[in-house]
Ligand binder design. Structure first.
Ligand code: ADP
Ligand code: MG
Ligand code: MG
Length: 273
C-alpha cells in the first residue's frame, strides 16, 4: 500500500484557502519529485462516485480522475494518487518544477507582450477545452490556480477543489464555489449558467488580467454593469477577443469552440516593406 513514509517531505511551496502544498520526493524512485496537497477533512467536503470504487471519493479527486485517462492534456497538473489519513486528505500531484503562479508572473513582469500572452492563452484554452470535453467544470480559474514554468512559459492548470461534473442541466449560482471575481454575469443576473459560456467568460477575464496586470472587474456590481477599461497599447485583434469573451449575454458571447479560431491566435506575418 501507499503511505506517507514513502516520501521525503521538503519545503512548503504553497498555501491556498484549504490546504498546504509541500514538495516531496519518492524515496524509492529517488529523484521523482511530487507535490503533496494536504487538507483537513471538513463537513463541507463534497464526494462523488467514480468507477471501480465502492465508496464515493473527494470531488476534487473524482474530477481530476476524469482528466487522467489517456490521452491526457499536458496543461493540466497530473494526479498520481491520493491518501486518506485519519482526518486528512493528501493529494499526490505532479510537481511543476521551476514554476510560479501566473499571479506572481504577472506581478513580476511589466507589460507582458502579446506574443507571451498568446502562448499562455493557447495553453489555457487547451486545458479548458479538455476539461469541457471530459465533462469537468473547473469553477475556480484564476491566476493563483495557474502555474507557469520559466523561461519556457509552459502552463499547468491546478486546483480542482471547486470542480463540478457537467450535465445537461445548467448550474445554479449556488453551485459556483470559486473566487467571487470569476463569477460569470449570467450567474448573478439569471442565477443559472452553463459551463462553456462561463469558461469563455473566464478566458476573457484571464486575457484581460495578463495584458493589464489587474482584474477586469473588482466586484459583483462591475461584473454586471461595469465598463472595461482597455489599454491603448493592445492590438485591435486582442481588444476584439477580450470584448467578445466578455459579452454579458452568454448567447451573444463567443463560443468555446470559436475562441481558438479568433484572428488574435492566427497573426499573419506582416509583409516586408
Ligand atoms: P487551494 O485549493 O488551497 O487553493 P491549490 O491546489 O491552489 O490549493 O495550491 C495552493 C498553491 O500551492 C498554489 O497556488 C501553488 O502556488 C502551489 N501548488 C499547488 N500545486 C502545485 C504543484 N503541483 N506544483 C507546484 N506548486 C503547486
Ligand atoms: Mg487554489
Ligand atoms: Mg482550491
Amino acid at each position: 500500500g501507499l503511505d506517507l513514509t514513502q516520501f521525503e517531505v521538503g519545503d512548503l511551496i504553497g498555501e491556498g484557502a484549504f490546504g498546504q502544498v509541500y514538495v516531496a520526493s519518492h524515496k524509492r524512485s529517488k529523484r521523482v519529485k511530487v507535490a503533496l496537497k494536504c487538507m483537513v477533512k471538513s463537513q463541507q467536503d463534497r464526494y462523488l462516485d467514480i468507477d471501480g470504487h465502492s465508496t464515493p471519493v473527494l470531488a476534487e479527486v473524482a474530477m481530476m480522475l476524469r482528466l487522467m485517462k489517456a490521452p491526457r492534456c499536458p496543461n493540466i497538473i497530473r494526479l498520481h494518487n491520493w491518501l486518506e489519513i485519519e482526518d486528512n486528505f493528501v493529494l499526490i500531484l505532479e510537481y511543476a518544477e521551476s514554476c510560479q503562479t501566473l499571479l506572481q508572473y504577472i506581478k513580476d513582469t511589466a507589460d507582458i507582450e502579446e506574443n507571451q500572452a498568446r502562448q499562455l492563452m493557447r495553453q489555457l484554452i487547451r486545458a479548458i477545452m479538455f476539461c469541457s470535453e471530459r465533462g469537468v467544470f473547473h469553477g475556480d480559474i484564476h491566476t493563483a490556480n495557474i502555474l507557469v514554468t520559466l523561461p519556457r512559459l509552459e502552463l499547468k492548470l491546478i486546483d480542482f477543489g471547486c470542480a463540478q461534473p457537467i450535465t445537461q442541466k445548467p448550474f445554479n449560482k449556488s453551485d459556483y464555489r470559486g473566487a467571487g471575481h470569476g463569477m460569470p454575469p449570467e450567474a448573478l443576473r439569471c442565477r443559472v449558467f452553463h459551463a462553456n459560456p462561463a469558461y469563455v467568460w473566464t478566458i476573457g477575464i484571464m486575457l484581460y488580467e495578463i495584458m493589464h496586470g489587474r482584474l477586469a472587474f473588482n466586484n459583483r456590481q462591475s461584473i454586471m454593469f461595469g465598463a472595461i477599461q482597455i489599454h491603448p497599447r493592445l492590438s485591435t485583434a486582442c481588444v476584439d477577443l477580450i470584448s467578445q469573451c466578455l459579452i454579458r449575454n452568454p448567447a451573444k458571447r463567443l463560443q468555446l469552440h470559436q475562441v481558438e479560431e479568433h484572428c488574435w491566435f492566427n497573426p499573419t506575418t506582416p509583409n516586408p516593406v
